[in-house]
Design a protein around this ligand. Sequence first.
Ligand SMILES: C[S@@+](CC[C@H](N)C(=O)[O-])C[C@H]1O[C@@H](n2cnc3c(N)ncnc32)[C@H](O)[C@@H]1O
Length: 429
Amino acid sequence: MAAAGGSRYLLTIGRWRRSFGIAPQFRALAALVPGVSHVDNKSDFLGKRPHRRHPGILQLSCVRLPQALADAAQLLLLESAMPNMEKQVQALTNYLWSRHLPVEPEELQIRAVLLEKKILENADSCQTEKHHEEVLRTLRRTTYHWQELSYNEGLSLVYMAARLDGGFAAVSRAFHEIQARLPEFQPQTLMDFGSGTGSVTWAAHSTWGQSLREYMCVDSSAAMLELAEKLLKGGSGSGMPCVPGVFFRQFLPVSPKVQFDVVVAAFSLSELPSKADRTDVVQTLWRKTGHFLVLVENGTKAGHSLLMDARNLVLNGKEKSPLDPRPGFVFAPNKKPKEEKFSMVILTRGSPEEANRWPRITQPVLKRPRHVHCHLCCPDGHMQHSVITAHRHGRDLYRCARVSSWGDLLPVITPSELPPSPAQDAPES
Ligand SMILES: C[S@@+](CC[C@H](N)C(=O)[O-])C[C@H]1O[C@@H](n2cnc3c(N)ncnc32)[C@H](O)[C@@H]1O
């Protein structure tokens, strides 16, 4: 099937513009995206599937909370009778979404020195104390004040009402990425750092419930652990848990001796007060990772930058696991669905060749009459804007591209002899 477009090349934006006689100033822009790709003719990628279900499609159009979880959450909210719940939910949602990373002490120091220099340049006297005060006042006024959230009983409940469904959906999408691409992967153990309401456990159970036998939930908040346990037991303190094999811990086990098949930190790295703390935790989590480390954060600049730091830490191998020397690689980058905007990175051990052979679509696919614009992040990290037509690339690839979305993989391969594009150093996202 794939052979239909086998030896043809995707028309890059440059060639497309030239063939339609577009002005030279646009050509300069086009030169920034010189990559070309051709359909993956090494595999029968469609098999007997229709184009609309080609194997690169990874989107989850709609994710529903398991009924038992939704019912338990509803019950707990009704029982709590907390005043102004809706207002509190909105306030917490806004706060979490607009939260920046904490300012690091070194950054603060640099800002203070620059400010002081500026103040001294404009000062007509040398009253050092007065200048110091002015520096401090200005820093206080202009520096973002990150605040640690204390998840007590009340805030845990508000968090549940605000984020249970969105968190569940985002993590389900990350797990779906692994399951769709590696259906033979059957994890037995999972660890969830900053487990909160336990939405990761529920999502993992929905995805790999047949094989998972141990879920280790780690959360420093006793109230959150209690809430997660209640949710598992239908909203009460007693009764049988809906998911068997769930354990709760207040501290992250650090020994590298015991690894988990899947390790997750969802919306939890952003709760840590400094870069040093995040580094520490990511290193520990990677040491505890047998197969996949799944990190999910908000689809904001802060969430993305935090995940890029974590990714680089693992890829640069700064942390060494004494018991597991296999290097890490990126299994999956971002996905930004309409309803729940989140950033994610999935790291795994071994060799990247097989897992990363198709490029990922990094922007909404533009469907135009008889052609489709796709922005691709290729396996070697270079970015490419391709215009796909049935005439040039064959009906299979054209139809696959038309039904694909942001975050999906496009079943094409990029010739390895391609020269690197100037955008090559852009992070894969
Ligand atoms: C924003 S909630 C995320 C909950 C859950 N992962 C989810 O996806 O909905 C962050 C959780 O991390 C926990 N947390 C913060 N610092 C922690 C630490 N140092 N160790 C363990 N848990 C921590 C908090 O108590 C909170 O429950």
